[in-house]
Design a protein. Structure first.
Ligand code: ATP
Ligand code: MG
Length: 297
């Protein structure tokens, strides 16, 4: 059991503009949570083709290792400009980005990443490090998507699963920190047959179904509302596929929150289909929440 008191907000940087956005977001987040900020850059020696250390006839600080140090120093300086009250440290860590960031997630309160990095494949909406880390981290992962904005509610997807309950807790906390409201969305569809021979009624009472689903949403939210009485909450029932509804609504949100997987958790699937789709298409920064065992946050 890990005690996360004083655990830092960690941000991964690779010298990209998206990672620098992540640094600004992480600095504000650390300030709001009264936590230190830790900037990390995973550094792996390339196999060939690029000068590693000092280069003949080049300035003494040329070479990849120095560039890595500079990337971290620039990020630390940027964080200092955004949130001078936050204690910021930076480190270059030897290793590939995904394992380094996953190791960091064990002791972090929150891990913040850009959606893209320096990888050159222009059509990707989200880089492989961001996908892999958000699927497997030990702490909530916040991926910079869309525009960081200070207006709009926090949006959270609720499906009644245990993880969506954790997502609700995280979303309430964020809404309270940001002095904004919360929109709790539950998207629902009429039942579909689960297997061969599964008998379903020929006619649905759609209103009754919606009322049932609405009650489940209200119950899921009620406990958290008591803990955060100052956060105004809107319950939003949507008839349709959850991913589409969340992506649409994310355009008006300052932050979108989902659990890493939900009610339909496939054994072995690291990210549920809704979380996966929203990670790719969200119009706002996205937090992916997972089970916080024995944590005080
Ligand atoms: N070497 C690294 N050290 C620390 N953080 C990193 C590193 N590489 C990527 N990240 C973090 O992950 C985010 C997403 O970068 P990612 O590498 O996934 O995208 P990409 O470079 O566009 O794609 P790919 O690497 O798959 O070609 C970055 O904005 C940064 O926050
Ligand atoms: Mg990359």
């Amino acid at each position: 059991m890990t005690n996360r008191t004083g655990a830092p907000v960690v941000v991964g940087v690779d010298g990209s503009a998206s990672a620098l956005d992540a640094v600004r977001f992480a600095a504000r987040e650390a300030a709001a949570r009264h936590r230190p900020l830790r900037v990390v850059h995973a550094f792996i020696w390339p196999l060939f083709g690029t000068p590693l250390g000092p280069v003949p006839f080049a300035p003494p600080d040329a070479g990849l290792r120095h560039q890595a140090e500079r990337t971290v120093a620039e990020a630390v300086a940027e964080a200092g400009k955004i949130a001078p009250e936050v204690a910021v440290t930076g480190e270059v860590i030897d290793g590939a980005p995904t394992p380094v960031l996953l190791a960091e997630s064990r002791d972090a309160a929150l891990l913040v990443l850009g959606s893209r990095g320096l990888g050159g494949f222009a059509e990707l909406v989200i880089g492989s490090v961001a996908v892999q880390v958000s699927a497997r981290a030990d702490c909530p992962v916040l991926v910079m998507k869309g525009e960081a904005r200070a207006d709009g509610p926090v949006l959270v997807g609720v499906d009644g699963s245990a993880l969506s309950n954790e997502a609700l807790g995280f979303a309430f906390e964020e809404a309270a920190l940001r002095h904004t409201g919360l929109v709790a969305v539950h998207a629902w569809l009429v039942p579909t047959p689960l297997g061969p021979g599964d008998m379903l009624p020929l006619v649905y009472d759609v209103d009754a179904l919606e009322a049932d689903e609405g009650r489940a949403l209200a119950e899921a939210v009620a406990g958290w509302s008591e803990r955060y009485p100052d956060v105004p909450v809107r319950h939003r029932m949507a008839h349709g596929a959850a991913a589409r509804v969340l992506v649409q609504e994310s355009a008006a949100a300052q932050l979108t929150v989902v659990g890493a997987h939900g009610r339909g958790a496939l054994a072995g699937a690291l990210l549920g289909s809704v979380s996966h789709a929203v990670l790719h298409h969200s119009h706002s920064p996205l937090a992916i929440v997972r089970h916080r065992e024995g944590r005080d946050n």
